[in-house]
Design a protein around this ligand. Structure first.
Ligand code: DAH
Length: 370
């Protein structure tokens, strides 16, 4: 015979008290196991139904079920209550103080030289130029001989070349390229004519003072096609500088000069004015308060160079130029010491560097500073 109903009622009352006073979900679960678990007193009471006569069962079953339902309901209600309280406590302990200062995070910046190289590529891409590259460890033939500077050429002495020791003599000798002009040769040999490229990159010379560093940057330009003349060169440089300095009043002066790889050769000067201790590009260099600054060399590609690069000089003509990137960067962004470019001083970089989000585009401006 099972428990008497009185016994069950007192068990039920004790359980309901324990449930309502459970302080934690764990304590509540202990009550659930004690009553409704496999060996809990409610489950055991239900099992006794099997040994009863039908009459007894008809009477006891609803009563036991009613106890079971009461206890289960009480547990479910208490569970909701405890869970809500737990969430409340968690929310209260996890407040975020939005007035606290943001933690320091390491931040880098885009070096002005990189930024200017991107600007160059953007402007020249719009003029139909592709970007070409060549090795910084170059051989003597590409750096000198193919550019019409053979072993005995006096212009070689001006380049203060870093040679690698113990490499093959003469044309096979390895060196750090002294200018970006060997990329002209490599590009013509690879692609033939017509061709329209710029080649920005690092160059090296054994030379160091306030305006010279052993490593610096140049951008080479090369256009080879039929019927190319000096007028194309002047227009291209003028169009480039107007876009680069973002002003229309750019005046260029082409001065007769000499480079072994161009004939005729010209040096390119730009008019500027002094504003405080800063040189600002614009206006006419001969006007009052203005002067000229040399930006690079250029000229019509010497036919011997075309020949050496495998391009027929009777059919094709070309112009080329080589500009100092660091120089035009200084002019545009107002730095006055070249050496600071390569010191890696984080204060300088924080001041003159660019945000990675400040990508130069022709529509948004090639000089926008974040
Ligand atoms: N390669 C020359 C230098 O570094 C600069 C130069 C002059 C490049 C005339 C050219 C050019 O393409 O046509 O001094």
């Amino acid at each position: 015979m099972g428990k008497t109903m009185t016994e069950m009622t007192s068990q039920q009352d004790a359980a309901l008290t324990a449930i309502s006073s459970a302080a934690t979900l764990e304590a509540l679960d202990e009550q659930r196991v004690a009553a409704l678990g496999k060996k809990g007193w409610v489950s055991l009471a239900l099992k006794t139904l099997g040994g009863m006569s039908p009459d007894e069962r008809a009477e006891a079953a609803p009563a036991i079920q009613a106890v079971r339902a009461k206890v289960a309901d009480a547990i479910a209600a208490k569970k909701d209550e405890l869970e809500a309280a737990e969430l409340e406590a968690q929310l209260a302990s996890e407040t975020v103080d939005l007035t606290l200062p943001a933690p320091d995070t390491a931040s880098g910046s885009v070096h002005p030289v990189s930024q200017v190289m991107d600007e160059l590529a953007e402007i020249f891409a719009d003029l139909g130029f592709a970007v070409a590259t060549g090795p910084e460890i170059e051989d003597d033939w590409h750096n000198f001989t193919a550019l019409n500077m053979d072993e005995s050429h006096p212009a070689r002495a001006m380049h203060d070349t870093f040679y690698f020791p113990d490499t093959a003599p003469n044309e096979g000798r390895m060196l750090l390229r002294t200018h970006t002009s060997p990329v002209q040769i490599r590009s013509m040999k690879e692609q033939g004519a017509p061709i329209r490229i710029i080649a920005p990159g690092r160059v090296y010379r054994s030379d160091s003072d306030a305006t010279h560093t052993p490593m610096f940057h140049q951008v080479e330009g090369l256009v080879v096609d039929r019927g190319i003349h000096l007028g194309h060169l002047k227009w291209t440089l003028e169009t480039f500088f107007k876009a680069f300095f973002e002003r229309e009043d750019i005046t260029l002066r082409l001065r007769p000069s000499y480079f072994p790889f161009t004939e005729p050769s010209v040096e390119v000067d730009v008019g500027y004015s002094n504003e405080g201790d800063r040189r600002v590009v614009g206006g006419h260099g001969d006007a009052e308060g203005h002067d000229w600054m040399e930006l690079g060399g250029s000229g019509m590609v010497n036919r011997r160079v075309l020949e050496m690069a495998g391009v027929g000089p009777d059919e094709y003509q070309g112009f080329a130029f080589g500009l100092g990137i660091d120089r035009i960067a200084m002019l545009k962004y107002g730095m006055n010491d070249l050496r600071a470019f390569f010191d890696g001083d984080p204060r300088w970089l924080a001041h003159y560097g660019f945000s990675p989000f400040d990508q130069p585009t022709l529509s948004a401006g090639v000089g926008a500073k974040a």
